[in-house]
Design a protein around this ligand. Structure first.
Ligand code: ADP
Ligand code: ZN
Length: 752
């Protein structure tokens, strides 16, 4: 009968809450029920992420495992969960002291008995942990690679019942990678010393040579190999032409109101990192530099501040990142060109571990390419030079390409990506492929000529699409030969074509408020077939990766919970995300759990955290709801589900009145005048009406062309905060317009 260790500080009823696993697992079929129970109890999750379940199962069957999962893929759980179910202690080899402490703090917060032994502890502290280990009171022990191979320590470990060995960040074993650690090489003896314990090696590295190296070095040739997709769906990839990079950076930071969002900016040199951090400080940002030129103490301090949310922006050279396990990094900006796609993937990969949308922006200019070429030239070895140039070329092609960034990245690492449109990169959201548009242009130009150059874009598109609008019929334009000849494209697409033809000079647009489309001398060249026109290929129904649109969580409550979390974290001297991830707080600020039992339903809330923090958080939520009249609602979704939420509103009499006037075909301004209310009030009525399923067309209030601009801005910036969208669009656009378009989009999405 194995002894199951109950994690410290947890009340477990009955000794057999988790009976000896062997009866359960060594049957013909593996029974995963206990694993599911523990997943919920300790980690607060109800389901596994891809490959986790298979890996856990294999470990419970004592198979060796090699696991390649991208950052944020949930690697730690693959060994932490079996550690709870297996009899004995799990040893985790981990390269960095800072990471160890984080992991152990995180486990303890979940009520799991974990510890680490490394050089940061005093002799007596180490003795104490050793004693606990001998008494079988610890489930998971973290150690550094250099320690585990010390003869004394090995002797000590032999006295323990070791159930599993996990080698985390296993790419450190390979000289091929960036993070090679000579100490890791000794780990090849692990299998010899502990033949009975299954071994799991985990890494996020995308480089095939490194993967092969790990498998040979650790003698994992008979192991099960699991490779999860390297795709990071929640990362938005964008490349911008570099043009006054600092200005572009400020624009981004201000635009997204990023002052409070954590992010990393990568620079090419130490000096530029220092300079940039300085400038940002002067502009009011909490930013610090990080590079190998700073003393070790200062580096640790900076990293600590970042992890604890005391500074938001780190301006770094590539030296930064490996020891950072921060889950809520919202953006990674490459201020200078990375030298290859491996670095790019790894550095951008630090964003969005928590699965929420995060931005990866690269400023690309040819000057940077030359800097890297110069650097490559300095290398003595010809082969190295050749490889350097080849990799740089791949990097530059990535920047200049018009195809999906995600596809290029995954292709590069040998993974096929079959989606035609990822919905979460600049090229997919703003495609720039071209088609032969001569025939299209001919139709448009003929139509403009037939309506005698007296109408705007929207009208011309209507004629081409064969609209039955009163105006067209009144003008007898349904009798034109071009009428209804454009049914192969939707109205919006025709409008896009017409705008492009204007940009290209084949047509012109005159007038400010109600611009009219007119012919130009070049129009004739098209009609006489003298010229061919290339137009942007229409986007295939772009399914914007909706999952990653930020949901409209309650920002007020989120801020309150965030500061509660920060206070608790500081008191315990821990990074805030150990207490709850941002995604978890956002779920609270969406679902408003007002009882402990509802709070328990939030993904990421296990029993230990429920007990420790539940009351504090619930109290804040209850108070907030009282103060702001938030209605109670049933909570049945367990995990944070960031899809747009449709708001059901009561149609009060004032809304009803606005609706009646709308039905009489009045404009917003007219309704406002009639009701003696502000335009913004009426606009907000319209917004509510749209969201509560009223059939309302906003075309009357916002020109289609402007609608498209707004939608495009929302697709890039997310739709949750209006300020950044407004900022991007400029003074010419009003908040009212943006809100109406947003509401209409949300309502459309709900229907489709
Ligand atoms: P990695 O080490 O692969 O980068 P982590 O182990 O840090 O990933 O996990 C990434 C995130 O996913 C963490 O926030 C973790 O809490 C969360 N996570 C892990 N497993 C699950 C699960 N089964 N369900 C939901 N979230 C999970
Ligand atoms: Zn894409």
């Amino acid at each position: 009968m194995g002894l199951f260790k109950y994690p410290q500080g947890l009340q477990v009823s009955g000794l057999h809450a988790f009976p000896d696993y062997r009866e359960a697992y060594y049957g013909k079929a593996v029974n995963m029920e206990l694993a599911y129970q523990a997943l919920q109890k300790y980690f607060g999750y109800t389901s596994f992420l891809p490959l986790q379940e298979e890996i856990v199962k294999d470990i419970l069957l004592k198979n060796d495992v090699f696991a390649l999962m991208p950052t944020g893929g949930g690697k730690s759980l693959c060994y932490q969960l079996p550690a709870l179910l297996l009899d004995g202690v799990t040893i985790v080899v981990s390269p960095l002291i800072a990471l160890m402490k984080d992991q152990v703090d995180g486990l303890k917060a979940n009520g799991i008995a974990a510890a680490y032994i490394n050089s940061s502890l005093r002799f007596d502290e180490i003795q104490h942990i050793k004693l606990e280990l001998l008494e079988n009171r610890i489930s998971i022990l973290y150690v550094a690679p250099e320690r585990i191979m010390l003869p004394d320590f090995l002797l000590f470990l032999q006295r323990l019942n070791i159930s599993l060995i996990a080698v985390d960040e296993a790419h450190c074993i390979s000289e091929w990678g960036h993070d090679f650690r000579p100490e890791y090489r000794q780990l090849k003896l692990l299998k010899e010393h502990f033949p009975q314990a299954p071994l799991i090696a985990l890494t996020a590295t995308a480089i095939p040579e490194v993967q092969k190296d790990i498998i040979t070095q650790l003698r994992l040739t008979n192991s099960k190999i699991y490779k999860a997709s390297l795709n990071r769906e929640n990362l938005f990839y964008q490349v911008k032409p570099k043009d006054n990079a600092y200005h572009q950076l400020l624009q981004y930071l201000n635009l997204k109101n990023h002052k409070r969002d954590p992010g990393i900016i990568y620079c090419y040199s130490r000096k530029s990192a220092d300079d940039l951090a300085n400038k940002l400080q002067k502009d009011g940002f909490r930013a610090l530099p990080y590079h190998a030129g700073l003393g070790a103490d200062l580096r640790t301090e900076t990293q600590d501040k970042f992890v604890k949310d005391d500074v938001e922006i780190i301006v770094a050279t590539i030296a930064f990142g490996m020891g950072v396990d921060k889950s809520n990094i919202r953006f990674v900006i490459h201020y200078d060109l990375p030298k290859n796609l491996e670095s790019y993937y790894q550095e951008t990969g630090r964003a969005g571990r928590d699965g929420l949308r995060s931005d990866c922006i690269l400023f690309f200019g040819h000057g940077d390419k030359r800097k890297i070429e110069y650097f490559i030239e300095q290398k003595g070895d010809e082969t190295e030079k050749r490889i350097g140039y080849k990799k740089l070329l791949d990097m530059v092609n990535f920047c200049e390409s018009r195809t999906c960034r995600r596809k290029i990245l995954l292709d590069y690492f040998g993974e096929a990506y079959h989606e035609t449109n990822c919905g979460n990169c600049d090229n997919c959201l703003e495609p720039k492929e071209t088609i032969d548009g001569t025939f299209i242009a001919q139709k448009v130009i003929s139509c403009v000529s037939q309506v005698r150059e007296r109408f705007g874009i929207s009208y011309i598109a209507d004629v081409l699409c064969g609209s039955k609008s009163q105006k067209i019929i009144r003008n007898l334009h349904d009798t034109l030969t071009t009428y209804g000849t454009g049914k192969e494209y939707a109205k919006k697409q025709w409008q896009a074509f017409i705008r492009e033809l204007v940009q290209l000079g084949y047509l012109k647009s005159e007038g400010d408020k109600y611009p009219i489309v007119k012919l130009t001398p070049r129009s004739r060249d098209i009609l006489s077939k003298k010229e061919r026109v290339l137009l942007t290929k229409p986007a295939e129904e772009v399914q914007i990766a909706q999952k990653y649109f930020d949901v409209d969580f309650n920002h007020g409550l989120f801020e309150i919970l965030r500061s509660l979390r920060k206070g608790l974290a500081d008191a315990e001297d821990m990074p805030p995300y150990i207490i709850f991830h941002d995604s978890c707080l956002k779920a609270m600020a969406t679902q408003f759990p007002r009882s402990l039992s509802d709070f328990r339903k939030i993904g990421g809330v296990g029993e230990s955290k429920l007990e420790k923090y539940g009351e504090l958080f619930v109290k804040e939520i209850v108070d907030y709801c009282k103060e702001h009249n938030v209605e109670p609602k049933a909570i049945n979704v367990r995990d944070y589900n960031p899809t747009p939420v449709k708001i059901k509103t009561m149609k009060t009499s004032t809304l009803q009145e606005t609706l009646e006037l709308y039905k009489q075909n009045l404009t917003i301004e007219e309704i406002a005048q009639k009701r003696n209310l502000a335009i913004s009030t009426i606009a907000s009525h319209m917004e509510k009406l749209i969201l509560s399923d009223e059939e309302i067309s906003i075309d009357k209030f916002v020109d289609i062309y402007r609608q498209e601009h707004i939608i495009r801005a929302m697709s890039i910036l997310g739709s949750e905060r209006l300020a950044p969208i407004k900022e991007k669009l400029g003074d010419d656009y009003s908040y009212e317009e943006i809100r109406l378009v947003r509401a209409s989009e949300m309502s459309n999405r709900k229907i489709s």
